[in-house]
Design a protein around this ligand. Structure first.
Ligand code: AP5
Length: 218
């Protein structure tokens, strides 16, 4: 049976950082809704152009567009063993849609690690984040610096700072998370799928706790 893991947490909690490591350890594909939107934006597809205004404002892209995009992604052959979902679902409507999509694929959400981090820490993390142009590998100038400044350790591509990491957009993203996504903590707790992880520890420790939580609930 395929295995699906949903990483939940505010912007900058470390979902992308941990998803990358977990994906290698578990041999599951990493699906980041934000990365898919950014790839579409770079390629100027219709989806990317429609998503751009919402992303620039730090708002959520409408559910119908986002759900259709994830449905298509999960139907690809590389998801046959399951997937690690990073950034989706972000609303109760997306969570309901996800369970429908997965049941059509013969699966279900197995565990929802929730990486909790206070807002003040999130702001510092996002302002020091550098992301790789080619594959979205994530670094931090203080907490996880690349070996050579401005160059990705994994694929040598250029590192850049995301447009939506500007202070005012970060504040809006955190507010949007609180209003629209935080209700999923309760949603998944009621379904006995939530595993809370203290995301303020160093990257390796968070990763170990995450792996333990996943192994326990899978
Ligand atoms: P998205 O790309 O998903 O952004 P996000 O959820 O806001 O999350 P981030 O990528 O900013 O943070 P992260 O938790 O992955 O942290 P990271 O590992 O990078 O979404 C962007 C936009 O797309 C949204 O605003 C929305 O418009 C749209 N969108 C996407 N999905 C959508 C959906 N489902 N519905 C509607 N709209 C959607 O870490 C952050 C930094 O901290 C890094 O520099 C990292 O090195 C560092 N760090 C990580 N862990 C630690 C640690 N333990 N200690 C110290 N530093 C750490």
């Amino acid at each position: 049976m395929p295995s699906y893991i949903v990483l939940l947490g505010p912007p900058g909690a470390g979902k992308g950082t941990q998803a990358q490591v977990l994906s290698e350890k578990l041999g599951l594909v990493h699906i980041s809704s934000g990365d898919i939107f950014r790839e579409n934006l770079q390629a100027q597809t219709e989806l990317g152009v429609r998503a751009q205004a919402f992303m620039n404002r730090g708002e959520l892209v409408p559910d119908d567009l986002t759900i259709a995009m994830i449905r298509e992604r999960l139907s690809r052959p590389d998801c046959q063993q399951g997937a690690i979902l990073d950034g989706f679902p972000r609303t109760p409507a997306q969570a309901d849609a996800l369970s429908g999509i997965l049941s059509q694929l013969g699966g279900k959400v197995d565990v929802v690690p929730y990486i909790s981090v206070p807002a003040a820490v999130l702001i510092e993390r996002l302002s020091g984040r550098w992301t790789c142009r080619a594959a979205g590998h994530v670094f931090h100038e203080k907490y996880n610096p690349p070996k050579v400044a401005g160059v990705c350790d994994f694929d040598g591509s250029e590192l850049y700072q995301r447009d939506d990491d500007k202070a005012e957009t970060v504040a809006r993203r955190i507010q949007v998370y609180t209003d629209q996504t935080a209700p999923l903590i309760d949603y998944y707790q009621k379904r006995h799928l939530l595993a809370q992880i203290d995301g303020t520890q160093d990257i390796e420790t968070v990763g170990q706790h995450l792996l333990d939580a996943v192994k326990q609930q899978r």
